[in-house]
Design a protein around this ligand. Structure first.
Ligand SMILES: [Zn+2]
Length: 475
């Protein structure tokens, strides 16, 4: 009998507790590096189950590791639990309706409450298997904070937190299911603060030096840069300090936050240097001083075909999502709130997997073709783990087909029956894959060889320089 079939009663017994945990974390909706309660709930659950918990991993109060087992290889399950700012939303609503129950204005618009809960459930299932079979091997859950805008795992990677792993597995809630088979963009985030001189804007403007002008000139300069960047690169900015609310004062200070992305780490670093040159030019033009603060960065993702194939086989073995009429009806209602463009975008990225049909609920597993390599125009800090140890991820349908990431619809569906079914299915896929890797260690050797090849003999170099402090304060 396959290990997951044997573990079926275990999943039935444990799933309600983990579903309740994901619902609780949905309601907490804690932001980057402030996930105290969410991290505590995960760590406590694993501690009670007999895992050895190491708190404040890499000096980050909301990061931890929890390990079970002795000897053998260490296989990691990466869990996240951070929310997004500004996405607070009433659960289940079919329209954008910010809720008053949730503290602050945050919401789980990327499903990380489910992500952490499934990885946690998978860790418990692997523990159960190792214990029942008396097998050597260690399963380690990583509590990873601040995936959104904080690069929590990259800071953990810089501190060496993933150095002794044989493999790492994780997943991401989505509106379809399949292996995560695209690379992602490397990025660098930095703030540019200009210091000028205040003056009466009418009476003595010639004595003032406007920091706000410097921000505006920098943005204009970067907009001209866009035509001359690699086509896959992306540059975004937000003005985080415009220098005050008084137009009759020459703004003595102003700040802009830049997020610079490119297909590979060295391209992101080169583009960052060019953006800094534009900022230096803006400072020179306006007579301001420039202060650049490197905030965070992450690498481009290295796919691992060996692990992806195992994950795919286990997803196929599990079969379609065990959904009923209730989940289908609910998904249809939410699907009806999506725009044609949202659905078209999701359909395009799946290609032939849909076979001409656009479902309200995608309950299958999309085909995996190792030869197909694409680029997802986004970034993830899982990428830094993927440079250190062979890493695989999957998507699992938890939302109506076409539900876009970081939308109110994703928050609204975060506690739905479908979200719960997808979460438990993801836990089974991760557990089944980890169990296969423990039982067939030659797969781990092949995956490691593949990683060495993909790195081209180069060691991992963390894109966050050693002197950059942990960005724990900014909310
Ligand atoms: Zn996410």
């Amino acid at each position: 009998m396959h290990a997951i079939e044997q573990l079926q009663p275990f999943f039935e017994q444990q799933a309600p507790r983990l579903i309740a945990l994901s619902d609780r974390i949905w309601s907490l909706a804690e932001l980057r590096y402030a996930e105290q309660e969410s991290a505590r709930l995960h760590a406590e659950g694993l501690d009670e189950a007999g895992f050895r918990v190491q708190q404040a991993l890499a000096g980050i109060p909301t990061a931890f590791a929890a390990e079970y087992g002795e000897g053998g290889p260490v296989i990691a399950l990466l869990g996240e639990y951070d929310a997004l700012s500004g996405l607070n939303q009433e659960s289940g609503a079919l329209q954008c309706r910010p809720s008053v129950d949730s503290p602050g204005l945050n919401g789980h618009g990327c499903g990380h409450h489910l992500l952490g809960a499934a990885a946690h459930l998978a860790a418990l299932a692997v523990q159960q298997h190792l214990r029942a079979r008396g097998l050597p091997g260690r399963i380690r859950f990583y509590g990873c904070p601040a995936e959104e805008g904080g690069s929590g795992k990259t800071f953990m990677a810089r501190a060496g937190a993933f150095d002794d792993l044989a493999a790492a597995l994780t997943w991401h809630p989505a509106s379809h299911s399949g292996v995560f088979d695209q690379s992602t963009l490397a990025n660098i985030q930095a703030s540019f603060r200009f210091h000028g001189r205040a003056a009466h804007a009418a009476n003595a403007p010639h004595l003032g030096r406007s920091a706000l002008d410097a921000v505006e000139l920098m943005n204009v300069g970067v907009n001209y840069l866009r035509e001359h960047m690699p086509p896959d690169a992306r540059v975004h900015y937000a003005i985080t300090d415009s220098g005050g609310l008084s137009p009759n004062v020459v703004q003595a200070r102003a700040e802009v936050l830049y997020l610079i992305r490119a297909a590979r780490n060295h391209e992101a670093a080169e583009l960052y240097e060019r953006v800094q040159n534009v900022a230096r030019g803006a400072a020179l033009m306006t007579g301001c001083e420039l202060e650049v603060r490197f905030d965070k960065a992450c690498s481009n993702l290295l796919l691992n075909g060996t692990l992806n194939q195992v994950l795919y086989e286990e997803m196929r073995r599990l079969g379609p999502l065990p959904v009923g009429e209730g989940e289908r009806t609910q998904a249809s209602r939410h699907h009806a709130t999506l725009s044609e463009n949202d659905v078209a975008e999701a359909s395009r990225s799946l290609g032939s997997a849909l076979r001409g049909q656009v479902p309200a609920l995608f309950d299958g597993v999309s085909d995996y073709d190792p030869a197909r390599t694409g680029l997802l125009y986004g970034s993830t800090d899982v990428a830094d783990v993927s440079w250190i140890t062979p890493t695989a991820q999957c998507w699992m349908a938890c939302y109506a087909f076409g539900t876009p990431f970081h939308s109110w619809q994703m928050v609204s569906q975060g506690k739905s029956a479908l979200a719960h079914v997808g979460m438990v299915q993801a836990a089974k896929a991760l557990a089944a894959t980890a169990i296969r890797l423990f039982e067939q260690p030659q797969l781990l050797d092949a995956a490691r060889q593949e990683l060495n090849q993909r790195r081209g003999g180069k060691p991992y170099v963390c894109p966050i320089p050693p002197e950059v402090p942990l960005p724990l304060r900014r909310g």
